[in-house]
Design a protein around this ligand. Structure first.
Ligand code: FAD
Length: 444
């Protein structure tokens, strides 16, 4: 089989890259180490339940997701725009009043934040929506926490809403992420739905993988190293191509580049003067890409005869203590997530490293305070510790669209290279790498 370009990894970035190459008339081959496509966006089946590998959602505003995905076929099920916050031993609804204007009186009276905080939300929203995405990434930068504090939000609002909500997004309970990253995500929440595909998040990569023609995706093929313009698989098989795109997670990207002895178009290795590389990044590949700090999370699934609450809510722990960050019931959004007569409960916990039995006991103890004795009857289905869920996104963070992806004449990277997670940016970087490779190879 003719192969023009090897793409390592069938996560969203690798799939977007391969599809872009295919659209340009090139012949990509995607080599995926695991038994399926999707990378960190996969869904398992367990006793008739659908278990996403970690709680995640699709923000429908993402311009790149709109470009790539058929939302109708995904049969998206939106969450309530806002959340239920557990605070002071009670549940309080927080609503996006631009999308639920009739909830304004309830919002104004809510103890989640002061009246001033509700007014400050207006200013925060306006700031996040102003200008292009590139403008947003060009703003002066600080941490998300410092940004919110500078806007005058009260400690109550920070502790009861912003920290629990956004630590579930960034897996950083202290909100030490870049204010630019924060504003980008706030814009996504403000301008679109936060949704689940009816049959699980894995439907997203499945939709992309189905568009690859022929045998352009090989599963169970782990690339052990790059060598002389080729990849060497764990099996010892060598495959060569005119161009190579590394579309793995940032930690594996660093490993592969550290092992690479030769990058390029099989003509010459890159030099420190290679003008295709930014001056600051010239030098050895391993020096250019060090593994970023990782943020982890643990997702636990329980089966129950009935959900502990009704409605498509994200429920946040705003008590300021405990292992739990949030819970939700995917089966409240889509009947496909659980067998008939059953409910699926997702409990997301900060960090990783707990013994599963110990964690389960902690969860039952914490949630018994919230929902009473019913919690004792829940059946534990699975625990997913995800130590490398996301790269840390502390400042400085640059516009991901401006990050150079071509490391040398025959070698590209895409995905979370230089710490730009999210479905939007990973699809974007895959497309951008594919377009650049196509240009390099002289394709239309
Ligand atoms: C728990 C969790 C929740 C998240 N929530 C959200 C969310 O709500 N919204 C959002 O926008 N984003 C979310 N994200 C982030 C988003 O899922 C990722 O940014 C994105 O999926 C990364 O895709 P990728 O293609 O860059 O990398 P990956 O998904 O990591 O894909 C890399 C692929 O490369 C393969 N691979 C690795 N090494 C090799 C090798 N040597 N040879 C061959 N193949 C290899 C892997 O098996 C994998 O399939 C979340 C992530 C996690 C983990």
């Amino acid at each position: 089989m003719k192969v023009d370009v090897i793409v390592i990894g069938a996560g969203l970035s690798g799939l977007a890259c391969a599809l872009t190459l295919q659209e340009r008339g090139l012949a990509p081959l995607v080599l995926e180490a695991s038994d399926g496509s999707g990378g960190r966006v996969r869904t398992d089946q367990c006793q008739g339940f659908l278990l996403d590998r970690g709680f995640q959602v699709l923000q429908t505003w993402y311009p790149e997701a709109q470009r790539w995905l058929d939302y109708g076929a995904l049969d998206l099920r939106p969450f309530y725009p806002g959340a239920l916050v557990r605070s002071g031993g009670r549940f309080h609804r927080v609503s996006d009043v631009w999308r639920r204007p009739w909830r304004l009186p309830e919002m104004l009276l809510s103890p989640i934040g002061t009246l001033g905080d509700k007014i400050r939300l207006l200013g925060l929203r306006q700031g996040c929506l102003r200008g292009s995405i590139a403008d947003l990434y060009a703003r002066p930068e600080t941490t998300a926490l410092a940004h919110l504090q500078a806007r005058g939000f009260s400690v109550r609002m920070l502790e009861r809403f912003f920290k629990p909500f956004f630590s579930g997004v960034f897996f950083d309970p202290d909100l030490g992420v870049s204010s630019r990253t924060f504003e980008f995500l706030f814009r996504a929440f403000a301008l679109g739905d936060t949704a689940l595909p009816a049959r699980g998040m894995g439907e997203i990569p499945a939709q992309l993988a189905a568009r690859l023609t022929g045998e352009r995706l090989r599963l169970g093929c782990r690339v052990s190293r790059l060598e002389q313009g080729q990849v060497v698989l764990d099996s010892g098989e060598r495959i060569g191509a005119q161009a190579l795109v590394i579309a793995t997670d940032p930690w594996e990207t660093a490993r592969l580049l550290g092992h690479a002895r030769y990058y390029g178009d099989c003509q010459r290795p890159p030099t420190d003067r290679d003008e295709s590389m930014p001056a600051a990044e010239a030098g050895s590949a391993s020096a250019r890409i060090g593994p970023p700090e990782a943020r982890g999370t643990t997702c636990c699934y329980f089966a129950a005869d009935a959900p502990p609450f009704s409605g498509p809510y994200l429920v946040l722990n705003g008590e300021g203590q405990g292992r739990i960050n949030s819970i939700q019931c995917p089966s409240n959004l889509s009947e496909h997530y659980a067998p008939p007569g059953k409910a699926l409960i997702t409990v997301n916990c900060h960090g990783v490293g707990d013994d599963p039995d110990h964690l389960e006991a902690r969860i039952r103890q914490e949630l018994s305070d919230w929902f009473g004795p019913q919690v004792a009857s829940w059946e534990r289905l699975a625990v997913y510790p995800i130590p490398q869920a996301l790269p840390a996104q502390a400042p400085p963070v640059v516009d991901p669209a401006s990050v150079p992806q071509r490391l040398a004449p025959g070698l590209w990277v895409c995905g979370e290279y230089q710490a730009a997670p999210s479905i939007h940016w990973t699809l974007h970087s895959g497309r951008r790498a594919g377009e650049d490779v196509a240009l390099f190879l002289g394709a239309d």
